[in-house]
Design a binder for this molecule. Sequence first.
Ligand SMILES: C[S@@+](CC[C@H](N)C(=O)[O-])C[C@H]1O[C@@H](n2cnc3c(N)ncnc32)[C@H](O)[C@@H]1O
Length: 283
Amino acid sequence: MLPEKPELTQADFDFVRSLVKQHSSISLDDTKGYLVSSRLLPLARSGGFESVAKLITRLRSRPHGTIHALVLEAVATTETSFFRDFHPYEILRDQVLPDLIRQRRKTTRMLNIWCGACSSGQEPYSVAMVLRQVIPDIDTWTIQLLASDFSGAMVERARKGVFKQLEVNRGLPAHLLVRYFEQHGASWWVKDEVKRMVTFFQQNLDREWTSVPQVDLLFLRNVLIYFDVETRRRILRKVRRHLRPDGFLIMGAAETTLSLDDSFKRVQFGRAAFYQPGEGSGP
Ligand SMILES: C[S@@+](CC[C@H](N)C(=O)[O-])C[C@H]1O[C@@H](n2cnc3c(N)ncnc32)[C@H](O)[C@@H]1O
């Protein structure tokens, strides 16, 4: 039996830290040793390793492969929920989408939306449900709703669209649960009309964005906080190139572009703020 609180040596922690920085761009400061060891413990157990240290020894001795990918996924924080923080979705439903739809209805009848760190899928499915609510003739529109994450395991989970009771209890209004999900035993399956709206793919935000078109809405929520300042700036520069002039960047409640990239304009909507490409020069 492995100890409940495995200690990591500084050398092992540094090894994992540099692996994580190199492959997922997540920055782990010196206080994260315990977090890393506790997240690697289940992986060490299920892989039959005697200890987390032995798992790390294996990582060191092999070229980058499956076990490394599992470690990267285990270390990342994937916390999420349907309609997380509620207000951004309210703004989306009542202000931003109705405006965008009015504009686009006169022209292309197209919308491109991307959730760039979608975790297990609650975020893009929340967006899909809002779209169905606010666009009654949605089937006559061309809507590209993209969702990606660096973690292959998360993308696979999200694509399945299967959620536990505990997950649908967090943030999902009862009328939307009844309308857009089917219960199968202890789990809830996203109905096809919502599921088929989302295209999932694996994408590290800090690599080239090859499959991403210009978008009207870009959700980068609760992800930049895990990166260092240089990485955040690099990613925001790419956001500028991929966001339409009247598009919006939607970040997490504790996140902002301020002091990172002054070319974004903060647009306050009641209790939440979205960001638009503005006049500033950026870093
Ligand atoms: C805390 S979750 C946020 C999920 C969702 N956006 C939300 O706000 O509820 C952060 C997600 O970012 C993903 N992530 C971490 N580093 C990434 C990177 N370099 N590129 C893409 N996704 C990354 C993680 O796998 C995780 O699913």
